[in-house]
Design a protein around this ligand. Structure first.
Ligand SMILES: Nc1ncnc2c1ncn2[C@@H]1O[C@H](COP(=O)(O)OP(=O)(O)OP(=O)(O)O)[C@@H](O)[C@H]1O
Ligand SMILES: [Zn+2]
Length: 402
């Protein structure tokens, strides 16, 4: 800090509460003002992170997201509101951030971050926040942070749990590939597994806090992973991670160069995208193993005796259910499948879940019982394509979507 460095007069009042903290001072506030942070993902983590970064007076914020605000986002993505449903998340978040602090610079980048644009888009910022929800983007961000030599504050949240890690901080800081050279198996999205909004709030706030510590020089620089479980006792645990691995394919001696990032197929590396039945146009019954919601509806209307099993968790079944369906959560069904087939093997069984994924596992498990017992009549066991989400779209628009 130069001796003559000063803040505008009103900022002493505005930021005074943090400036009087030991180790922060005027120099801390000036560092924040000169700093730039880019937040990738303006969702559950990005919203609280942006909120605190803006309020603390970080001079320049970049907001990257390609998605639009949906009603189902409002439960946790707290910069968005009922009026901004349908608007790009970047615009909606920027609007809210400018209301909090009109004097900081806000860049709106409404495009998906990919290996083609990552270095160009991220190179202008001092610190990168990973507030996304998918593994390919996580590896892309880690590799790019290494190539650009920038710290990456990575957050993740699902159900009641969250995780926080600072990668590539200082010359010894490790990267995501040091910890996980291969991507972990997919654990499902928040849409599939559920998320408590306040849990993303905890992790997003901590991401902002880590960034502020790095900028102001308050960070201890010892790599660790923080694990949060809202139902745990105690709820926070911290694991020391050590320093970076010399053999790491990204940050080690033979590390990735920017040119290689452009060439790398992150989606393929992480096992490719989850199948999306809608985009594949698979909305009608496949002979044999599957049934469309419309056909199931016709069968139910026709008064046939059917065995409709809903494999969602009990809590979800309590929210809404198809008439006449019984609830057998997936874990219970796969643990003891024979219990759930009707004695009369002419009664057809249809399995439904929320989005049409778990029902396929359940149907396959039940069908394998028949395979294992040759000589019995083959039962009809089908999964319902697209699950209850498709039911509310194609059969009953008054059926709840959650
Ligand atoms: N490669 C990417 N480029 C830009 N934004 C991304 C990228 N990957 C993920 N995101 C954004 O990160 C955010 C993650 O937030 P979150 O998981 O809370 O939201 P969501 O995807 O809206 O949730 P839901 O699971 O309910 O659909 C999303 O807004 C998503 O669009
Ligand atoms: Zn590494």
């Amino acid at each position: 800090m130069d001796k003559g460095d000063k803040l505008p007069l009103e900022d002493y009042k505005r930021y005074g509460r943090q400036m009087i903290l030991e180790g922060f001072g005027l120099s801390g506030q000036l560092k924040l003002q000169k700093a730039s942070v880019v937040v990738v993902g303006a969702g559950g983590l990005g919203c609280p992170a942006l909120q605190y970064l803006a309020a603390a007076g970080v001079g320049r914020l970049g907001i990257i997201d390609h998605d639009v605000v949906e009603t189902s986002n409002l439960q946790r993505q707290i910069l968005h509101n009922e009026q901004t449903v349908g608007m790009h998340k970047t615009e909606s978040a920027a609007q809210a951030v400018r209301k909090i602090n009109s004097r900081i610079k806000v860049d709106v980048i409404t495009e998906p971050l990919s290996s083609l644009n990552a270095t160009r888009v991220l190179q202008d910022y001092d610190i990168i926040l990973d507030c996304t929800d998918n593994t390919p983007t996580r590896y892309l961000l880690s590799d790019t942070a290494v190539a650009l030599g920038k710290p990456l504050v990575s957050g993740a949240a699902q159900r009641f749990h969250g995780q926080l890690c600072v990668y590539n901080l200082g010359p010894d800081g490790l990267c995501l590939r040091c910890l996980f050279p291969r991507p972990p198996t997919q654990t499902g999205t928040c849409e599939e597994t559920g998320i408590l909004g306040a849990v993303t709030g905890v992790i997003g706030n901590l991401q902002a806090l880590e960034a502020i510590k790095i900028i102001t020089g308050l960070h201890e620089k010892e790599p660790s992973m923080l694990i949060f479980s809202a139902l745990g006792s105690p709820p926070f645990r911290s694991i020391k991670l050590g320093s970076k691995k010399p053999t790491c394919p990204a940050c080690g001696k033979e590390g990735k160069k920017i040119g290689e990032i452009h060439e790398f197929d992150y989606v393929q590396f992480c096992g490719g995208p989850a199948p999306d039945w809608e985009t594949q146009g698979l909305t009608d019954s496949e002979p044999g193993f599957r049934i469309s919601v419309k056909e199931l509806h016709n069968r139910l209307e026709g008064g046939d005796r059917l065995n409709v099993i809903d494999v969602r968790p009990r809590t979800e079944f309590g929210i809404c259910q198809l008439p006449g369906s019984i609830n057998v959560p997936l874990g219970e069904l796969t643990a003891n499948p024979s219990t759930y087939l009707p004695e009369d093997d002419k009664i057809e069984t249809f399995i439904v879940c929320r989005l049409g994924n778990d029902s396929q596992i359940a149907a396959e498990t039940l069908r394998s019982l028949d395979k294992d017992s040759p000589g019995t009549n083959k039962r009809t066991i089908k999964d319902v394509i697209g699950g209850l989400r498709a039911w509310s779209k194609d059969v009953d628009e008054n059926f709840p979507v959650y």
